[in-house]
Ligand binder design. Sequence first.
Ligand SMILES: [Zn+2]
Ligand SMILES: [Zn+2]
Length: 104
Amino acid sequence: MRVVLLLVLAQVALLVSPPQPYLTRVVNWNGKCPVCQLEGRLSTVTVGSSHTTLAYSPPFYDEQGRLHYHDPNGHTTYYRCSRGHDFYEVRITPCPWGDYPEVK
Ligand SMILES: [Zn+2]
Ligand SMILES: [Zn+2]
């Protein structure tokens, strides 16, 4: 019981103290630092290394006979903004029917 309580406290501590610098994941990025955007600031962004995954996922037809491409492969690129924020983008090819990747 006491151990569980300690674990909960540790997780709360992680939540309230933001790690700096931290890595933010962005899907289909818009070209601006996501952290600076949240803070309403302007910055320039340096492009770092990148890599692409190579998983196989076949296209499929839905109940209306529409062909879907839900390709899980992402092109990952790392960035650092001029204010020191590190983040990375996963660029995923969107399905022509607009249901993938899901917008959150
Ligand atoms: Zn930034
Ligand atoms: Zn689709």
